[in-house]
Ligand binder design. Structure first.
Ligand code: NAI
Length: 710
């Protein structure tokens, strides 16, 4: 027991913590407001305190009985995010279930208020944030790029159990609701309007007024279950509904291969709710939520989400202040360069591009235009914005205009001589403080920078294809690079909305090194006698997005051969010859005459030349193919950490999942290693005894010290 200090009795009582939610009584027009503004938080993440305060504010509103009520955020450009993820860590199944039931109760009280309620959405309304808005009678959204609405819980292995699975199908109909929930889609205001999720989109300046008008004007109404008769039939007519749900289930099973239980649980909860009523639906929701919350998949997915969030700050640890970047130069406007230029312009940067001749520049600009209009069509941004984005990019066949650039990214052919020549040309026109980044996929940056006048400004910025979809950028730090150059590249990648990781320079850095090592192992398995279809199938069944041989066909055999050789040379191992042999025969990839597979329309079958070139099987094949390849990957990732290529296990997991498609439900190679340490080490030792030293588990794996403390 702590003895009380005499001074304590006269000290003023500690100030009450500021409330997260305030009730503002009705103004002269009769509209009251509930304002959500969680203190000490840049977003309104839902925690226990916020829920309590929201419950109290709703009770106050019920008591005051205004003509109408607006639910708004007190933060500029922020409506309400989902739950505070850290709450779920360490919670038991019963605790998670209780927490979601508490939130259901609060939102049910909001939905039951006897006057019209309107959500004024001024920023992201995601997960629990949209569930709050769905418990209101109407939703008005500001027409601003930061406004996004969606139920994204399945991305975390959870379901929108605080009413989302129940209220969304009732509002917009079962088919659209399934699509939004299962794909965890985020909608722009206009798309949300078209989908029926919001009722009106207005200029941000008049949002408060528009919401108040709706609160006075709109009636309390019962959602109809979709705008069209077809949608309403799918929602309310049992046989049509059963068919719609069955189709959703089989699509989901095909996509998730049974590795992700949340989408299926969401379908089940929706089914219960529509068949037996919202109370039964919410009960099913809560039980499923509790079960999912304690599953390994959810732990791993939430850990990844938290790593990604934390990385926004953590990536800058140990780095100095970056230089501001407003103007970006891109040299080489091919497949990658045009994607990079488009990403930069989409983030508000001005881009000056250069390719070899006017025709190549025109082709690049036309790709950028297509990417931008496609994105506008998909609602990533509005059409007006698309015109502005394209307007930020100019280009030509020379380096005119490059003197203004703060950062230049080169994405010319993967040839060291070409890259060195580009750097030499750049050095003649750039300001001395402009950073030069190479988007090479495997070449060591130090080799590219050899002979440069100022190697300290040269770093690697390794983007992934397709640039507009892939969230990772690997920042490669050669020894000679200045801290400013590294920090500037990191900040620029972050400004492009990407997650950067910082790795040490070397052949293949981190990502290409682990991927090439794993693909090299797949080539060995082929030579030993495994079938390519079985290898690829085993990997997709395990949870990889594509199998390794199919992947080589997709990226192109020449690119894969080059990366494989660069990595093999640096690691002192023999480079596989099969890829070059196929290239020599004209098999260069899926769109270039076929590769490991031959492609006829949508069908693909193994290329018989592969077995003919490889000859008879060399070694009895067998064993668990996916395990052998995945453990090769995990072991090489651990070696990268041991050698200091990676700064942290966290960056290794982010790089592997966001860049290479390592199965997210496992959390990344390091989290997987922590969970399965004993099994992984024993399996690698067994493989090493049977097939060679390359499988010997690395120092850090053998040490059995966990990579993560949580
Ligand atoms: P690409 O062949 O589509 O584009 C290269 C572009 O560079 C072409 O438009 C070409 O005309 C231009 N170019 C060549 N020499 C030039 C010079 N001296 N000055 C100006 N422009 C020049 O190739 P891609 O796929 O875009 O690859 C570019 C770089 O990105 C390579 O280093 C590659 O390894 C790397 N990379 C490629 C990935 C992929 O998936 N394709 C992924 C990550 C990196």
């Amino acid at each position: 027991m702590i003895a009380s200090h005499p001074a304590e009795s006269v000290a003023p009582a500690p100030a009450e913590p500021r409330r997260s939610v305030a009730f503002v009584p009705a103004d002269s027009s009769g509209v009251a407001r509930i304002v959500i503004d969680r203190p000490d938080d840049s977003v309104n993440a839902i925690d226990v305190k916020l829920l309590e305060d929201l419950g109290a504010a709703i009770a106050a509103a019920r008591e005051a009985h205004p003509r109408g009520l607006v639910v708004a955020s007190g933060k500029d450009g922020q409506f309400m995010a989902g739950a505070d993820l850290s709450l779920l860590r360490g919670a038991s199944q019963a605790e998670a279930e209780q927490a979601i039931r508490a939130m259901q109760r609060v939102l049910n009280e909001l939905a039951a208020l006897p006057f019209t309620t309107v959500a004024a959405i001024n920023g992201p309304a995601v997960g629990g944030g949209l569930e709050l808005a769905l418990a209101c009678d109407s939703r008005i959204a500001a027409d601003a790029p930061t406004v996004r609405v969606g139920l994204t819980e399945t991305r975390l292995g959870l379901i929108p159990a605080a009413g989302g699975t129940q209220r969304l199908p009732r509002l917009i109909g079962l088919p659209r609701a399934l699509d939004l929930i299962l794909a965890a889609r985020l909608l722009s205001p206009k798309r949300a309007l078209r989908a029926g999720v919001v009722d009106e989109v207005v200029h941000p300046a008049v949002l408060a007024q528009a919401a108040a008008d709706h609160a006075l004007r709109d009636r309390k109404r019962k959602p109809k279950g979709g705008a069209s008769a077809v949608e309403r039939a799918a929602t309310w007519l049992a046989p049509v509904r059963a068919l719609t749900l069955r189709q959703a289930r089989s699509r989901t099973l095909a996509e998730t291969k049974g590795r992700y239980p949340a989408p299926l649980a969401a379908i089940d909860a929706i089914a219960v709710g529509l068949a037996k009523g919202i109370t039964a639906g919410l009960d099913a929701d809560a039980r499923a939520f509790g079960e999912l919350a304690v599953s390994d998949t959810t732990h791993n997915l939430t850990a990844l989400a938290m790593l990604t969030l934390r990385q926004r700050k953590a990536v800058f640890e140990g780095l100095i202040r970056p230089r501001p970047v407003a103007n970006v130069g891109v040299v080489g406007l091919g497949f990658m360069g045009s994607g990079i230029a488009q990403a930069a312009a989409s983030s508000g940067l001005r881009v000056r591009a250069r390719d070899r001749d006017a025709a190549a520049v025109a082709k690049g600009i036309s790709t950028i235009r297509d990417l931008t209009t496609d994105a506008a069509k998909k609602g990533v941004f509005e059409r007006r914005e698309a015109t502005r984005i394209i307007g930020r990019i100019t280009g030509g066949p020379d380096l005119a205009g490059f003197r203004n650039t703060d950062l230049v990214i080169e994405a010319v052919f993967e040839e060291i001589a070409t890259k060195r020549r580009v750097i030499e040309e750049l050095e003649q026109v750039l300001r001395t403080d402009t950073v030069i980044a190479s988007n090479t996929s495997a070449l060591p940056i130090a080799e590219i920078a050899q002979g440069a006048r100022a190697p300290e400004r040269i770093v690697g910025m390794h983007f992934f294809s397709p640039v507009h979809k892939m969230p990772l950028v690997e920042i490669v730090r050669p020894e000679a690079a200045s801290p400013e150059a590294v920090a500037t590249a990191v900040a620029a990648a972050a400004a492009l909305g990407k997650t950067p990781i910082v790795v040490r320079d070397g052949a293949g850095f981190f990502t290409t090194r682990v991927l090439s090592t794993m693909i090299g192992e797949a080539f060995m398995m082929l030579a030993e006698g495994d079938s390519m279809e079985e290898i690829d199938r085993a990997m997709t069944a395990f949870g990889w997005p594509v199998g390794p041989l199919q992947l080589v066909d997709e990226v192109g055999l020449e690119v894969a051969a080059h990366a494989g050789e660069t990595v093999a040379k640096a690691r002192g191992i023999a480079a596989p010859t099969i890829v070059n042999a196929l290239v020599a025969e004209g098999f260069k990839g899926k769109h270039k005459g076929g590769g490991f597979y031959r492609y006829e329309g949508r069908r693909r079958r193994p290329n018989p030349r592969v077995r003919e070139i490889l000859g008879a099987p060399t070694h009895p094949a067998g064993g668990d193919m996916a395990e052998r390849l995945t453990l090769t990957f995990v072991n090489e990732a651990a070696r990268c950490l041991d050698e200091g290529v990676l700064r942290s296990a966290a960056e290794g997991d982010l790089g592997a999942v966001l860049g290479l498609g390592f199965p997210p439900f496992l959390g990344g190679p390091f989290r997987y290693a922590d969970a399965q340490r004993q099994h992984i080490v024993t399996s690698l030792e067994r493989l090493a005894a049977a097939r060679g030293d390359r499988f010997a588990p690395t120092e850090s794996l053998r040490s059995r010290r966990p990579f993560f403390s949580l």
